[in-house]
Design a binder for this molecule. Structure first.
Ligand code: FAD
Ligand code: 2HG
Ligand code: ZN
Length: 522
């Protein structure tokens, strides 16, 4: 049974553990009736840059570096490397290369640079801005086979691993040693450590452990000319000159191929609690957050919010109508605490919940009592990302906004879609639903517009409207997913001309031929 804090505090609680439904963790081969449209057809004005075309001699050369099985040309096998997670973008690559060592990556990249062949580094292909798949015929350089743990220091907690280690595998490895990976996200079963560094992913624990710009201590990167940059010395303090590794964190494969990562991992918390709460308004979500920060302070490890519509969508995805809270609420909040003393944490959390109820911030809620319930409650938050896609497609906007303005974007978009007659319950409307949720603790909203089909009309209705709205409120058009293909034309809404110029200079310096992940970023 889920535990109510006390009967007078929480009006209802539902048993969720007994019918636990698992979110598919691994993004596997996708079987869908409708083919994804080629990106070059969706955007017919886009021109292929004059990169070289792949020849039989190139293939023969790659086969001198890699085993034949790591040189993939089979059309069926190429499909999943060409299509993105949202089934929105499709490239036309005719070649996937799967190196197992940094030396092989370096040889491949050097050859591509000499020949002016364009490349797309690819991790778990879970990125949400179309950055991980080719646009035209770029070669896909998959890091999936570069997947060994290199070292772990049980005193300092510093992990050094290959870029292609799956995030969940890294975390499981650390769990056995009493440590935790400082980043967690819904795609953990598929995304790579290197991919998360390349995107500077934020995720569910940023509130507690901070950004990868702080936790990543060193990187190994194959630069666009094939040189290997290595800063895997893993020192916590090093003030000798520019911090070069920072450039690659969040560079989305445009400056080099990350092949190794060393990262500082915290001790795994011994005690964990999850409270799943129903709250009456967005204003109450914010007040609950402020209250939680004050009352829970050092044990608060996540504070996530979800609107009602996102929960309906998630129920459809999870194929259950047994929501953790029986009654409907306009908003929901998931609070996680992590600490070293269960009794202490329980006491603190209960005191916090009691006062939040008394102040009318929270109407209802449940607490997980065991690991299964804990995971189950998380699924109603983590599942929304994939749930948003079940009708056919999704337009995703991952934005930073001042907290008081955050949810206003969801209302504004719903109104605009209604005004344009694009949203409705029946099939004639391309848009099914626009939902809002996200990492309140980080000021990060996820606006997901669930569509039955991708259409130019919907895209034009949403863009640049969404970006203009964000710029007006002095927010950022990408909080954590990056720019990729989707946002490359809109960076000016969040960065000044000078900043963009400086970025272009850096790109030109590292990759003068522009072979690394072209048509993306800037
Ligand atoms: P890919 O998708 O393969 O690549 C992403 C980008 O990085 C591409 O531009 C690619 O070229 C580049 N890249 C990949 N590997 C390398 C490398 N080794 N060297 C150089 N460049 C490389 N993001 C968040 O920030 N927070 C979340 O909470 C979150 N939750 C998610 C939940 C789900 C269900 C899904 C599907 C995605 C989620 N994401 C989230 C998106 C997030 O960007 C990715 O999951 C993750 O960071 C990408 O890792 P990946 O290995 O799949 O990289
Ligand atoms: C999350 O926080 C991820 O769940 C994914 O960043 C968000 O799918 C999304 O839009
Ligand atoms: Zn997120």
């Amino acid at each position: 049974m889920l535990r109510t804090v006390s009967s007078h505090i929480f009006r209802s609680a539902r048993v969720v553990g007994s019918h636990r439904v698992a979110i598919p963790r691994v993004v596997g081969p996708r079987i869908f009736a409708r083919a994804v449209q080629l990106t070059s057809e969706t955007y017919p004005n886009l021109q292929r840059t004059a990169f070289a075309k792949l020849t039989e001699e190139d293939i023969a050369h790659f086969k001198t570096i890699l085993a034949d099985s790591a040189v993939i040309q089979d059309t069926d096998m190429l499909l999943s490397y060409n299509e993105d997670q949202m089934r929105k973008y499709r490239g036309q690559s005719r070649l996937v290369l799967k190196p197992k060592t940094t030396a092989q990556v370096a040889q491949i990249v050097a050859h591509c640079n000499a020949r002016a062949l364009a490349l797309v580094p690819q991790g778990g292909n879970t990125g949400l801005v179309g950055g991980s798949v080719p646009v035209f015929d770029e070669i896909v350089l998959s890091l999936a086979s570069l997947n060994n743990i290199r070292a772990f220091d049980e005193v300092s907690g510093i992990l050094t691993c290959d870029a292609g280690v799956v995030l969940e595998n890294a975390d499981n490895y650390l769990a056995e040693r009493g440590y935790i990976f400082p980043l967690d996200l819904g795609a953990k079963g598929s995304c790579h450590v290197g991919g998360t560094v390349a995107t500077n992913a934020g995720g569910l624990r940023l509130l507690r452990y901070g950004s990868l710009h702080g936790t990543v201590l060193g990187l190994e990167v194959v630069l666009p000319d094939g040189t290997v940059y290595n800063s895997l010395h893993a020192l916590r303090k090093d003030n000798t000159g520019y911090d070069i590794k920072q450039l690659f964190i969040g560079s989305e494969g445009t400056l080099g191929v990350i092949t190794g990562v060393s990262i500082l991992c915290p001790a795994r918390p011994k005690a964990k609690n999850i409270a799943f709460l129903g709250v009456p308004s967005y204003e109450a979500v914010l007040q609950t957050f402020a209250h939680a920060r004050g009352e829970l302070s050092e044990i608060l490890s996540a504070f996530e919010f979800m609107d009602r519509r996102s929960q309906v969508l998630c129920g459809e995805f999870l194929k259950t109508d047994a929501h953790p809270l029986e009654d409907e609420h306009p908003f929901y909040v998931l609070i996680e605490t992590s600490g070293s003393n269960k009794e202490h944490d329980d006491e603190k959390l209960e005191a916090f919940l009691e006062s939040a109820m008394e102040e009318g911030l929270v109407d209802d809620g449940v607490l997980a009592q065991d690991e299964t319930q804990l995971r189950n409650l998380w699924e109603w938050r983590e599942g929304i990302s994939e749930a948003s896609q079940i009708y056919g497609g999704v337009y995703k906007y991952d934005v930073s906004l001042p907290l008081p303005e955050l949810y206003g974007l969801v209302d504004a978009v719903n109104e605009r879609l209604a005004e344009h007659g694009l949203i409705g319950e029946t099939d004639e409307f391309p848009v099914k639903e626009a939902v809002g949720y996200g990492h309140v603790g980080d000021g990060n909203l996820h606006l997901n517009v669930a569509v039955r089909r991708y259409t130019k009309e919907v895209e034009k209705c949403l863009e640049p409207f969404v970006y203009e709205w964000i710029a007006e409120k002095k927010g950022s058009i990408s909080a954590e997913h990056g720019l990729g293909f989707q946002k490359k034309n809109y960076i000016g809404y969040s960065k000044s001309e000078l900043e963009i110029l400086l970025m272009k200079q850096i790109k030109g310096q590292y990759d003068p031929k522009g072979i690394m992940n072209p048509y993306k970023y800037i």
